[in-house]
Design a protein around this ligand. Structure first.
Ligand SMILES: Cc1cc2nc3c(=O)[nH]c(=O)nc-3n(C[C@H](O)[C@H](O)[C@H](O)COP(=O)(O)OP(=O)(O)OC[C@H]3O[C@@H](n4cnc5c(N)ncnc54)[C@H](O)[C@@H]3O)c2cc1C
Length: 447
């Protein structure tokens, strides 16, 4: 497999028939008559196959790496779509601005982040990234270019935000940033003993804290089921004290072991130590924003821990009413299957509607589980988890997924048929073919 074009989970493998670079000012190098399918590729930080195009051609957008304009007074940034968030932060932070929404890694492109309408720890107050996008240019395979915004070409805007790269190539985008006093975060970490306490903390914190997220000890069962650490924070004000320095260079996970290093034994030891890492129930600290937002970026290629068969992530969102019971069941089923999840994350999404017609976030509680791929056993467990989510009226995140059935996807995203009207007839992905049973895209809207 070409490691340059794999997703973060390294499953499934895809062998694209070609890769074409996307250069500014040049027309898309597509051969519309060839019958090939095309898909934009950002930086491959999606976990499953939504950024892959097995048998088709990838359009590598990383060549679009130029910042076009930055208005440091109004906090408006316009850049090409292949620019990484990691390249934006050093430009905007010293000028008193921060990203309005950021995922848990800074190594994603602006185009990829918009196409997945990503969410962050501030979803309960800021919604998804798409809500902060002022406009972008959409380039279609027929060579047409459209400026899309919440007020112009609105339907194309709604289809492309969260549109999984299927509506065309975003060439550049303009984002409204948020003002900050400095690079520091006032962070609090609170140990909680179970799900009831998590929900109490979450409700209390959504009014006091801009950022909230929790790590859950997925191997704790019985009375300790759902215990974990609740992490919340706010941007520090002017007088908060000396701003901690940015951490040094990240390290790279040094080997690619032939089997997963994560097993029940190592996980149990890690989880217990991590849960007890602070002696007091609650700990406050002034921290630099980088370790607060991107703790996983400290170790490059950490997916290697999961072994050569890769890792499968399962992120679901469950409506608030059914949240506690469904999260309990998802955790219990994972525990009973003997499949420990390493990075189990729990957070409540807020009520702000997502900007895209296919966006994943909706009001409710979101649980993310990571499993080493152990073949059929893991796939069977994930199908079981999908059923719990369906039963509870929730949804599973497409850009974390590598295996959900077409039936499940179509139940989670019934609007998918309406969306196909906006998909580019030459574009497709491994994910899209799998979850739509290869449904042909039909042009129903005026070009
Ligand atoms: C450690 C880690 C933590 C993460 N945390 C979060 C989180 O907290 N919240 C969250 O929402 N996500 C999270 N993610 C997922 C990640 O943020 C998203 O998958 C992101 O969209 C990946 O961006 P990318 O640039 O790598 O794009 P890719 O993964 O390469 O592509 C993503 C999608 O965008 C499309 N695309 C790429 N470029 C363009 C373009 N120029 N025009 C049109 N379409 C395009 C692709 O076709 C694909 O469908 C995390 C991932 C990792 C590895």
């Amino acid at each position: 497999m070409d490691a340059t074009y794999q997703s973060w989970g390294r499953f499934p493998a895809a062998r694209q028939s070609g890769v074409v670079p996307n250069h500014r000012d040049a027309p898309l190098p597509l051969d519309r008559a060839s019958g090939n399918t095309y898909l934009p590729f950002g930086n491959g930080r999606s976990y499953g196959d939504s950024c892959l195009n097995d048998g088709g051609v990838l359009i590598d957008c990383r060549g679009l790496d130029r910042v076009i304009a930055f208005d440091a007074t109004a906090g408006v940034l316009r850049c090409e779509a292949g620019v990484l968030l990691a390249d934006i932060l050093p430009l905007i932070l010293p000028e008193g601005w921060f990203l309005p929404v950021t995922p848990g890694t800074q190594f994603v492109t602006v185009g990829g982040a918009i196409a997945n309408d990503v969410h962050g720890k501030n979803h309960h107050v800021a919604g998804t990234l798409g809500r902060h996008v002022r406009r972008f240019e959409l380039l279609r395979s027929d060579g047409s270019r459209r400026i899309c915004s919440p007020r112009k070409n609105t339907e194309w805007f709604r289809a492309t935000v969260g549109g999984l790269g299927l509506t065309g190539v975003i060439t550049w985008a303009e984002i409204q940033l948020k003002p900050v006093a400095n690079a520091a975060i006032e962070q609090e970490v609170i140990r909680f003993s179970g799900l009831r306490e998590f929900f109490e903390l979450s409700r209390e914190s959504e009014v006091s804290h801009e950022y909230t997220v929790s790590w859950v000890d997925s191997l704790a069962g019985g009375a300790a089921l759902g215990r974990g650490l609740f992490i919340r924070g706010n941007h520090a004000g002017e007088g908060a004290g000396p701003v901690p320095g940015a951490p040094g260079r990240p390290v790279e996970f040094p080997l690619d072991p032939p089997f997963p290093l994560l097993n029940r034994l190592t996980l149990r030891a890690f989880n217990t130590l991590y849960y007890r890492k602070q002696l007091s129930k609650q700990k406050r600290a002034l921290v630099h924003c980088e370790p607060f937002f991107y703790p996983l970026d400290r170790v490059r290629k950490w997916y290697r821990l999961y072994g050569p068969k890769g890792l499968l992530q399962h992120q679901s969102v469950i409506p608030h009413e059914a949240g506690e019971a469904a999260v309990r069941e998802l955790l219990e089923r994972s525990l009973n299957a003997g499949a420990g999840s390493f990075l189990t994350v729990l957070k409540e999404f807020g009520p702000l509607p997502s900007a895209g017609m296919m966006s994943f976030p909706r009001p409710g509680v979101t649980l993310t589980l990571d499993f080493a791929n152990r073949g059929r056993k893991t796939l069977a467990l994930l199908d079981e988890l999908d059923s719990v989510v369906r039963e509870a009226g929730g949804a599973v995140n497409p850009y974390k997924d590598a295996r959900m059935s077409a039936e499940s996807f179509q139940a989670f995203f019934p609007q998918w048929r309406a969306f196909t009207a906006y998909a580019d007839p030459c574009f497709s992905s491994s994910f899209w073919r799998r979850v739509t049973d290869g449904a042909r895209v039909k042009q129903e809207v005026p070009a």
